[in-house]
Design a protein around this ligand. Structure first.
Ligand SMILES: [Zn+2]
Length: 151
């Protein structure tokens, strides 16, 4: 069995980028419309034109039927917390001033899930099943991160 080498893939060079003092992954060609949407306060996702399934994260082919007939749609940006965890210990020294921090999975109204950061509400706690809404944290001129808070 021959393994795919770098010359046989279409993956972009995974060079990390810095913004607001943190390291973020480089934007892939497949995800460019998603990140451009975030800069315009739009939470975009893909939908398959053949099997109609919502597709997230951005990719070149549908994970359900392998069709490349994908188009972009705009999510309402509302959903509910599917799972979460509160981080009290920084994995990287640059994150120490950003704790505690909640990360989790949100089930979007359109039928897909996304991993994201959750704003911890003042005076209350996060719970699975809580309704949340997206907001966009502009961490650099050319980078806005979709995050969620209690709706
Ligand atoms: Zn499909």
């Amino acid at each position: 069995m021959k393994l795919l080498g770098k010359e046989n893939t279409t993956r972009p060079d995974p060079v990390a980028r810095k913004a607001d003092g943190f390291t973020y992954p480089r934007v892939s060609p497949e995800a460019l419309p998603y990140w451009e949407g975030c800069l315009q306060n739009e939470l975009r996702y893909q939908r398959c034109g053949d099997c109609s399934e919502p597709v997230f994260h951005p990719r070149a082919v549908c994970p359900y039927c392998l069709s490349d007939n994908l188009s972009w749609e705009c999510s309402e940006g509302v959903g509910e917390i599917y799972s979460f965890s509160v981080q009290y210990v920084a994995l990287y020294p640059e994150r120490e001033g950003n704790l505690p921090r909640a990360v989790g999975i949100v089930a979007l109204k359109e039928g897909y899930h996304m991993f994201t950061e959750l704003e911890i509400p003042v005076g209350s706690e996060l719970r699975v099943g809580q309704k949340v809404r997206v907001y966009f944290d502009r961490v650099a001129d050319d980078l806005a991160l979709p995050k969620f808070r209690i709706d």
